[in-house]
Design a protein around this ligand. Structure first.
Ligand code: SF4
Length: 347
């Protein structure tokens, strides 16, 4: 049962961070799995450290080597395979307007609030991102706030990372107070996977601060599989939705995780039950070390066509790809046959 204050009877999220699994051996032992099949991949931690909070591991099936959540976080030998087209900076992000600020889209800026994440997803497009050079420096976020104030075309600030919810509630609240003073801003969007891996991060304090803001708050959670939404997370998300915070999801299409219609259908249904609308499903960004997660465009299109048959349109996320330098995400054309002879006019 979730306490009304947002869940503070549970282990605080900072403590969960501190006791995350950081080696494959620890996680495999916890799940009762032999090390043998994965030994070769253990060294991939050198390419990108491993980090898996215990509440996320608790959503995996013990003894199942094909668990879709395990596959997202376990270092694999495939990360050493060099594949043409898979590069360290697939979205041309490593040059920013200011340290900590990416002005990718005309009306929106990305503010890198924290470099680290609670979980290290092996497919992450920022696994090679130089956070040390792109985090707010000694001046904190003030230069970024000044930049936003000086650019009247910006109406939305997107807190990004790393994971922005790695910042403490009071830091987020202080930044929000500064952003609220900029008259041309309308929205604050937070992209985070932290609630998915440590649900107690959805604190009542942060929920209340956001719901009282002049800026319309949007939380985009990053869920890739229905098993990631347990009862605890669903309950907390519903509380945030009831507080007036728009909840959206974006996921990444990942081979061996969610590249079948049943998995995607279950994900959309589960998201909606938790008060979250499926928003985007991304084709994998071609980052070096993650080629084994790639799904072909043809298969991705076929999956989306199947979802359109099974689900109402509002539960079908848009299939998109990010292309470095483009001013928005690029939808993948589904090439669908037009609908003929609809027997009912209400659609
Ligand atoms: S939470 Fe997001 S930014 Fe962090 S490692 Fe995972 S995919 Fe990358």
């Amino acid at each position: 049962m979730i306490p009304l204050n947002g869940g503070d009877l549970h282990i605080p999220w900072q403590k969960e961070l501190a006791r995350a699994f950081t080696t494959p051996e620890q996680l495999l032992d916890y799940l009762g799995l032999d090390h043998g099949p994965w030994l070769e991949g253990f060294a991939a931690r050198r390419l990108f450290p491993m980090r898996v909070p215990k509440p996320f591991a608790d959503k995996m099936h013990p003894g199942d080597p094909a668990d879709p959540l395990l596959r997202q976080v376990l270092p694999l030998a495939g990360e050493f395979t060099e594949v043409p087209g898979f590069v360290t900076d697939p979205l041309d992000e490593h040059d920013s307007a200011l340290p900590g600020l990416l002005h990718k889209y005309r009306s929106r800026v990305l503010l890198v609030l924290r470099g680290g994440c609670a979980v290290n997803c092996r497919y992450c497009f920022r696994r090679h991102f130089p956070y040390a050079d792109n985090s707010p420096g000694q001046g904190g976020w003030q230069p970024a706030v000044d930049y936003i104030a000086a650019h009247a075309e910006i109406n939305e600030v997107i807190l990004s990372g790393g994971d922005p919810l790695m910042a403490k509630d009071e830091h987020i609240a202080a930044l929000l107070s500064e952003l609220e003073c900029i008259p041309h801003l309308k929205r604050l969007r937070i992209h985070s996977r932290l609630p998915v891996v440590i649900p107690t991060r959805l604190t009542g304090t942060l929920r209340e601060r956001l719901s009282q803001s002049r800026l319309r708050p949007v939380l985009v959670v990053h869920v890739n599989h229905a098993n990631e939404i347990d009862q605890d997370l669903a309950g907390r998300l519903q509380q945030w939705q009831r507080a007036g915070i728009t909840l959206l999801n974006q996921s990444v299409l990942l081979a061996g995780v969610n590249d079948d219609a049943d998995a995607l259908e279950a994900l959309s249904e589960r998201l909606f039950e938790a008060g979250v609308l499926p928003y985007y499903v991304h084709q994998l960004d071609k980052v070096a070390g993650a080629a084994h997660f790639a799904v072909s465009d043809d298969h991705a299109r076929a999956l989306m066509a199947r979802l359109l048959e099974r689900l109402p349109g509002f539960l079908v996320p848009r299939l998109v790809r990010e292309i470095g330098g483009e001013v928005s995400k690029t939808p993948l054309d589904l090439n669908l046959e037009p609908v003929k002879d609809t027997p009912c006019m209400i659609r």
